[in-house]
Design a protein around this ligand. Structure first.
Ligand code: NDP
Length: 259
């Protein structure tokens, strides 16, 4: 299903930054924002994947910039922001989709996985927020729309899945962070939206290194049927294209059969 309507360029003039744009939800968001007229900077670690997505956007008439960046690295994020500002000027639509989901019994003590998830899913978002806060506040002060969209997860509210405790905790932190940031950004005209998808068909689940848990998750996808990344991207484009005084604070988007 395609949500891309070439006549519907309601994001023309926007300068967007999308983290995690090498695959999945971030890739679909980047493609859709570009199709709706935004200039889009794509961030992730895999340069070849970013170039391929950016190339696809340009072939379809859009404007895209591939920027290799690791959200767990302060300098990498700061340099990416400089490069984006040099190319597009200040960003006014920042989408944090970079994330990792790793799962194992807590007894295994996988501090490597815990640190990676916390540093990517929480501190990584904060690094990006730090890099672009000035841009967003300035855009709003100019009377333009300015958006920070964080891709959290319905996992922020679920405690019935054993072995995903740390992932769920990072998403609960992100959901709460989004809500608290509204108190700093909202009065200055910057919208903050927290999007919580349910099961979505991406490569996220392929990073599990526990075969039993990977099998369980596959079974859940077969039973429920995941959303497509494009269906989640449609929500992001929707919230960013509302009149600027309208802020969808929290959107939970689930496959209909997921309870
Ligand atoms: P993907 O694995 O397809 O996308 C994750 C993206 O994040 C990749 O493009 C990856 O690119 C990037 N990434 C990972 N680590 C880093 C890093 N250190 N620096 C920069 N980029 C990084 O999965 P999804 O699209 O599903 O995940 C996107 C978001 O959606 C995540 O935050 C996830 O938690 C959330 N989510 C996903 C759900 C699902 O069922 N799929 C459900 C609910 C929420 P690269 O490896 O090249 O850096």
């Amino acid at each position: 299903m395609s949500y891309e309507n070439p006549l519907h360029r309601d994001l023309a003039g926007r300068a967007a930054v999308v983290t995690g744009a090498a695959s999945g939800i971030g890739e679909a968001v980047a493609v859709l924002l570009a199709a709706r007229g935004a200039r889009v900077a794509l961030l992730a670690r895999r340069g070849e994947r970013l170039e391929a997505v950016a190339g696809k956007i340009r072939a379809d008439g859009g404007d895209a910039l591939a920027v290799v960046a690791d959200v767990t690295d302060d300098t990498s994020v700061a340099r990416a922001a400089e490069r984006i500002r040099a190319a597009y000027g200040p960003a006014d639509l920042v989408v944090n989709s970079a994330g990792v989901m790793l799962a194992n019994p807590v007894d295994d003590g996988r501090i490597d996985e815990w640190q990676r998830m916390i540093d990517t899913n929480v501190t990584g978002v904060l690094r990006v927020v730090r890099a672009f806060t000035g841009d967003l506040v300035a855009a709003a002060a100019d009377g333009r729309a300015a958006d920070l969209v964080n891709v959290s997860s319905v996992a922020a509210h679920l405690s019935a899945f054993p072995h995903y405790a740390v992932y769920a905790a990072t998403k609960a932190a992100l959901t709460h962070l989004s809500q608290c940031l509204r108190t700093e950004f909202g009065p200055r005209g910057v919208r903050v939206t927290n999007v919580e998808p349910g099961l979505t068909d991406t490569e996220l689940r392929t990073h599990l290194d526990n075969p039993e848990l990977a099998g369980q998750l596959e079974g859940l996808f077969e039973a429920v049927g995941g959303l497509s990344p494009e269906e989640v991207a449609d929500v992001v484009a929707y919230v960013a294209s509302r009149p600027r005084r309208v802020n969808l604070r929290q959107v939970v988007v689930l496959p209909t059969a997921q309870v």
